[in-house]
Design a protein around this ligand. Structure first.
Ligand SMILES: [Zn+2]
Length: 72
């Protein structure tokens, strides 16, 4: 399971540890309750993925050193 942090475009509240995959990119703001659909991953810079070492391994297609993992 991959969790994400999103900043609500309506009230700027940080919504942490969202499971966007489960909701197909939608989340309900914990503060204002508005439902926001997230798209354009990393395009607008608001998307902060929390990658596990396993995810990094898959992305890189090789075994990164600890230093490489920390630098991502
Ligand atoms: Zn909000």
């Amino acid at each position: 399971m991959k969790l994400h942090n999103e900043i609500c475009p309506h009230c700027k509240k940080l919504n942490a540890n969202l499971n966007l995959k489960e909701t197909d990119g939608s989340y309900e703001c914990i503060d204002c309750g508005k439902v926001t659909k997230v798209k354009g991953i990393s395009r607008n810079g608001r998307w902060i993925p929390l990658l596990s070492p396993e995810d990094l391994l898959r992305k890189l297609g090789k075994t990164p050193s600890v230093a490489e993992v920390m630098a991502k």
